[in-house]
Design a protein around this ligand. Sequence first.
Ligand SMILES: NC(=O)N[C@@H](CC(=O)O)C(=O)O
Ligand SMILES: [Zn+2]
Ligand SMILES: [Zn+2]
Length: 433
Amino acid sequence: MATWIVNAKRLNPETGESELAHVRVDNGVIAEWRQGTLPETAGAQVIDAKGKLIAPGLIDMHVHLREPGFEYKETIASGTESAAKGGFTTIAPMPNTRPVMDTPETIRFVLDKAATEGVVRVLPYAAITKNELGRDLTDFPALKEAGAIGFTDDGVGVQNAQMMKNAMALAKSLDMPIIAHCEDDSLVEGAAVSEGEFSRKHGLKGIPNESEAIHVGRDILLSEATGVHYHICHVSTEQSIRLIRLGKSVGVRVTAEVCPHHLLLSDEHIPDSMDANWKMNPPLRTPKDVEACIAALEDGTIDMIVTDHAPHSEEEKARGMERAPFGIVGFETAFPLLYTKFVRTGRWSLDFLLRRMTSDPARVFRLPYGNIDTGAPADLILIDLDNEREVDPATFLTKGRNTPFTGWKLHGWPALTMVGGKVVWTEENGINR
Ligand SMILES: NC(=O)N[C@@H](CC(=O)O)C(=O)O
Ligand SMILES: [Zn+2]
Ligand SMILES: [Zn+2]
């Protein structure tokens, strides 16, 4: 059966204004757009989108679904439900599961689970090295064949430059990207927060900015040498950005992502209680780094926004700043946070924010999603731009409650999520399998 979504507000990127529009979805694709008077809808399912913005489903190229192995933190079912509620229709999970997604069997396991229990599209990455230990490369051709979309050891950096160079050369020969968590272990030594005023005040060891930027610089050179598409995870420092800008300016195939928390929070925001919901990797840096990240996203040095959704249990996060694991959840707050803090304040256009969460990741990773033009897969969302609501972790669909944004009053909450023509979540009725 076809579906008509009527009376939606569709953004005209040229004028920045939204126009009343109706769209017919048929066979999982966008079949037709209409403006003006209501179309004939007999025989179709009708969704009245009155007052809501219609936009492409959001794409998140960096997430943690925790399955297999850490089902107490998240499952493919709970993680994709959380994604749907946040307006994400395509997500790319990282391989730091247990076992690590380093064999074709684990990639197939994730894809099968996602097909049977997931509610959004799941495009898994495979590990660069076996068990993410940095010692032996995984079987890249077999992992590609099984359905992996790229290679990464996210959670840790690849410490050995020759290992990374070999991985890049192999990935290049398969036309696959390398996605890198940039962190030099020799400069970090078990620290939990960024090196700076906050770490000194609390007598904590600090993570210096160079620990990230050294890998960024090294890998840009290795990408230049091998020709591989090299994508940098969760950029957080001014120094990294300087190097990415330089790499792009000389034609290296380097792309990058940034998380909402690195655009909104610095170490100055961390409460003195040292609540571990403020602990993530990379850590919150200085206000100067935050401003550099924003400017880099604006000028295209950073290509896209990702959440790095990283759920952990309440028990784990209660261990305190030094002992708790790194990571915060992201799906259900990302869009409202950025819409409220950057679009409603007038710094960004709505079109710009949407592009960095839809068509830009689609372009960089060559995905057929991220737009709602006629003929495109019907991955779309309706967003309520007008009603303010408070962030309340008790309402999350993720198993994680680990967010520093509790109590923030935000606008821009998703109201409906459709994947491939199927409504998978609505504000009113929740998840629809
Ligand atoms: N970002 C985090 O703080 N944590 C991630 C790992 C990672 O993304 O490096 C996790 O797996 O929990
Ligand atoms: Zn990482
Ligand atoms: Zn991550």
